[in-house]
Design a protein around this ligand. Structure first.
Ligand code: CP
Ligand code: NVA
Length: 326
């Protein structure tokens, strides 16, 4: 594993000031160098916690994270809360009904109040505008824990996983099969920044956001990666090192579930589709998975799947984000 090469010390994390006080609303907030620092820090934190779960208590002692959720979550909630505990701090879960963001109180007022008590805010929201409004009004860092446009923490954990399995990121090919959604957007942006080629195979009408594709293509010109939006899933996975999928219907789109089931027929990640990727390709899924829809159990639980490492890495990647931003 590439981890063994990393020689970061806790003092280096405390001493890294370039990200301090900043927001993570989008992968666009990060430079390629900052992404490398975050991924190296995540690997270091993963390595050093193996034998000692209190190893990082010195990084954020007494600090508090406010976690706003407009939507359900397993991984994001548990990894942010566990991460804060491991860093020596504390996290507060604010359920949708607790603060009723924008209804009981404006987004700006919530941001300003939380900034007086807490050291950092993480929010999972429907509209990306809510994240930017929180960031504009908070005086502490705001982290996007998933919006309709992006899921940046997921993408960081995913690239940590790819780096562990493949060693290098530059020159690899990541194929995303399915909906051009929030997860696809963040993966595409991150791939473009670190020089990973990105091909999405999606039905017409379900392509990633055009503006995001434009941002990715601009970064790709610098990094040398190729960004492709394709209709044919077989073409997209051809020679891929990483095959990624996500649900066809994201949270908030439940009314379209039947329509989407029809639109995404033929976009399932199964053994037949995997036969077009490289033989040593890994399979990633942000989870939760709808088995038998976007992915078969055979692939999700099979030897090429790295989805549990990926889920574990949410903890380490977000600890890196928290310890460098706060
Ligand atoms: N992948 C992810 O964000 O999972 P949760 O929705 O369970 O948080
Ligand atoms: N695209 C999915 C990701 C869940 C982690 C959603 O937004 O529901």
């Amino acid at each position: 594993m590439a981890n063994t090469e990393i020689r970061i010390k806790v003092e280096d994390i405390r001493g890294t000031q370039s990200l301090r006080g900043r927001n993570l609303t989008s992968i666009q907030d990060l430079t390629p160098d900052e992404i490398r620092v975050l991924l190296d820090t995540a690997s270091f934190l993963k390595e050093t916690i193996k034998d000692n779960k209190t190893a990082h208590h010195s990084l954020l002692p007494g600090k508090t994270l406010a976690m706003i959720f407009e939507k359900p979550s397993l991984r994001t909630r548990v990894t942010f809360e566990t991460g804060m505990t491991q860093l020596g701090g504390h996290a507060i879960y604010l359920a949708p009904a607790d603060i009723q963001l924008g209804k009981r109180e404006t987004v700006a007022d919530v941001a300003k109040n939380l900034s007086r008590w807490c050291d950092v805010i993480m929010a999972r929201v429907f509209s990306h505008k809510t994240i930017t409004e929180l960031a504009e009004n908070a005086t502490v860092p705001v982290i996007n824990g998933l919006s309709d446009l992006e899921h940046p923490c997921q993408a960081l954990a995913d690239f940590q996983t790819i780096k562990e399995r493949k060693g290098e990121l530059k020159g690899l090919k990541l194929a995303f099969i399915g909906d051009g959604n929030n997860v696809a957007n963040s993966l595409m942006l991150l791939a473009a920044k670190v020089g990973t080629h990105f091909s999405i195979g999606c039905p017409e009408g379900y392509e990633p956001d055009e503006e995001v594709v434009g941002w990715a293509k601009a970064s790709a010109e610098e990094s040398g990666s190729i960004i492709e939006v394709l209709g044919d899933p077989v073409e997209a996975v051809r020679n891929a090192d990483v095959v990624y999928t996500d649900v066809w219907t994201s949270m908030g789109q439940e009314a379209q579930v039947e329509l989407r089931k029809m639109a995404f027929e033929g976009y399932q990640v199964n053994q037949s589709l995997m036969s077009h990727a490289k033989p040593d390709a890994i399979v990633l899924h942000c989870l939760p998975a709808h088995r038998g829809e976007e992915i078969t159990s055979e692939v999700l639980d099979g030897p090429q799947s790295a989805v549990l490492d990926e889920a574990e890495n949410r903890l380490h990647a977000q600890k890196a984000v928290l310890s460098l931003l706060v």
